[in-house]
Write a protein of this length. Structure first.
Length: 123
């Protein structure tokens, strides 16, 4: 029962933080930054937010530094948007899942074109 509530709260936090992310004015938070996932602890006192960037892991690490300094602002805005008794403290972690998935998509596209070229030579 508690797991469902934590999952739902994590999804709500992720949705609202995505909207709040657009209003952050820190210069380190630039480019295509995305929130991959938000995990909430069992007592809902902390939320670990995974940040990814299309520009790679280094851009995500830079964005995490900017978001960490803006965590108070983001937590206040989150409290206004969600009706929670206690707004969890936000912890940001860099994640390279967007860049990795982009790399995998490029590899798959390359394999597809190679297969088509091989098939066209055999015909």
């Amino acid at each position: 029962m508690g797991s469902f509530r934590m999952d739902r709260t994590g999804e709500d936090i992720m949705r609202e933080l995505t909207a709040i992310l657009r209003t952050v004015k820190d210069p380190r938070v630039t480019g295509l930054i995305s929130i991959v996932r938000a995990d909430v602890t069992r007592d809902m006192s902390y939320a670990t937010v995974y940040i990814s960037s299309m520009d790679g892991i280094e851009a995500a690490k830079t964005a995490v530094k900017g978001l960490t300094s803006a965590a108070g602002y983001m937590r206040r805005e989150l409290g206004l948007a969600l009706k929670l008794r206690h707004v969890p403290e936000l912890r940001f972690v860099a994640d390279d899942s967007i860049a990795y998935s982009s790399h995998i998509a490029e590899q798959l596209q390359r394999l597809k074109t190679e297969k088509q070229e091989t098939e066209s030579r055999h015909e």
